[in-house]
Design a protein around this ligand. Sequence first.
Ligand SMILES: [Zn+2]
Length: 276
Amino acid sequence: MPESPEVEAFARWLKPQVLRRRIASVDVPKPRLVRPLRPAAFAGALQGCRIVGLRRCGKCLLWDLEHPGGRPDLLVSHLGMTGVWQVLAKGQPLPRHAAVVLGLGGRTVVMEDPRQFGHLRLGSDSMPRLGPDPLAPEFTAEELSVVLSGCRRPVKVCLMDPARLAGVGNLYASEALFLAGIDPSTPADAVAPEAVVRLHRALRDVLATAVERNLRALWSDRPMLYQQGGASGSPEQGGLWVYDRAGHSCHRCGAPIERLVQAGRSTYRCPRCQAR
Ligand SMILES: [Zn+2]
């Protein structure tokens, strides 16, 4: 599932390719993604708009638009579980699961979404309420401490709550907790202050590294890390420490990685490196 590093990479990759361009045509092969609007109403609202900005907020990609008369608008897009953005070369056929297709005058931008849990909505009311963004330069360990305080749920579940912390999902929460040496089932408000500092550094490192890695993948037309499914190789070679590695040996200590279920989602941990 795309998390903030994937969406950030899409934003930086798409921006130079779409900025200042006018939306000449809009097709909606998968109407479910633009609900509650009908495809014709969605297309009518976007057609003729110029793209004047592209930025990320949590796991959302925000398209700043300008109508022909100058009125500003906002398109909020979310990739859901399986969404990706693609830029097609002239004459290139649409991908099989194309959901929304924007014709930008000689350039076609497509959101593909096989499982159709993504969405595109107009207006700033579509923005979810989010906690602080750990990818933001100003995000501090003190802020993370506030995020965790007063939360008695397991720290992994707390990190994945978008109202507490923006953009962190299953993969990066698992990896950051491993790097910080914290058991994912520790109650969030029981994480020791020195462990919060380690977790802050681990989150920042894991997310920033993933943005750079995803950007390189996009520019070279390779799949992103989360699309590879149980990435192999050591973390130095671009693999993962614990996520989706149940039963495999810990890259650090050799103990078998465990899988547990928290709030209905798989969590992975090394029983030795992340002992309570
Ligand atoms: Zn270990």
